[in-house]
Write a protein that binds this ligand. Structure first.
Ligand code: ADP
Ligand code: ZN
Length: 222
């Protein structure tokens, strides 16, 4: 099974994908996390990708697509995958369809998360992530803070703020790229009949956790 998470930054894609992954055994593949791991380890891929990421730009397809293919072909994803952060443009979506078709697979479900913009900016600025690359749990200082300040509940590692989350300029640039390049994918997948849109917002008291559990229920019934 192949699931894609769509939605702007800060809508809770990573959180929802993580919960679905825990309950279904589908592997969560976050391109942003893979890039950050490579940046931390100073690999060639990381050094190259960071030139774009630090500025809030998309990493070129020549780097991103082969990296995703390598993961898709690896043993760990053989039972299925939740793609979190890929595809991010029509070109990537078309490439993904082709890559999957060559392997006798297809995208089964696209979960599109929507959140009002003012809420999004607030959520990104108050987002903290676990610094342990094996854990990567996301917190929010206002909505779901850790029990002990600055420390991950799950693994005890230090919580950090992502560099690209700390300034509004980078946040706005990423949101603009989302609107221009990624948002058209909503229509692309709607036409294929595999789109499921879910509003995640404190105003309607619907958060990622509930969305995830509804989706898990549907997956398990199938
Ligand atoms: P966010 O969604 O908050 O921007 P991510 O963790 O998904 O954060 O991604 C971090 C950065 O990694 C992005 O700003 C972009 O530079 C790069 N990136 C992630 N996924 C892709 C992708 N599919 N194509 C190009 N660049 C990507
Ligand atoms: Zn942790």
């Amino acid at each position: 099974m192949v699931i894609i998470m769509l939605g702007a930054q800060g809508t809770g894609k990573g959180t929802v994908a993580g919960i679905i992954s825990e309950h279904t055994g589908l592997v969560q593949l976050s391109t942003g996390d893979i890039f950050r791991k490579n940046i931390k380890e100073q690999t060639q891929l990381g050094i190259e990708a960071n030139k774009y990421i630090a500025k809030g730009d998309l990493v070129p397809d020549e780097i991103t697509v082969p990296m995703v293919v390598e993961y898709l072909d690896s043993e760990i994803v053989k039972n299925g995958v939740i793609l979190d952060g890929f595809p991010r443009s029509l070109a990537q979506a078309e490439k993904l369809d082709k890559i999957l078709a060559e392997r006798g697979k297809k995208v089964d479900l696209v979960v599109n998360l929507t959140t009002p913009r003012d809420e999004i900016i607030d959520r990104i600025l108050t987002r903290r992530v676990c610094s342990n690359p094996k854990c990567k749990t996301t917190y929010n200082l206002k909505m779901h803070p850790p029990i002990k300040e600055g420390i991950c509940d799950k693994c005890g590692s230090e919580l950090i703020q992502r560099e690209d989350d700390s300034n509004e300029e980078s946040i706005n640039k990423r949101l603009e790229i989302y609107d221009n390049q990624t948002a058209p994918l909503v229509e692309y997948y709607r036409k294929k009949g595999i789109l499921r849109t879910e509003e995640v917002s404190i105003r309607i008291n619907r958060m990622g956790k509930q969305v995830a559990s509804d989706i898990i229920k549907d997956i398990q019934e199938k």
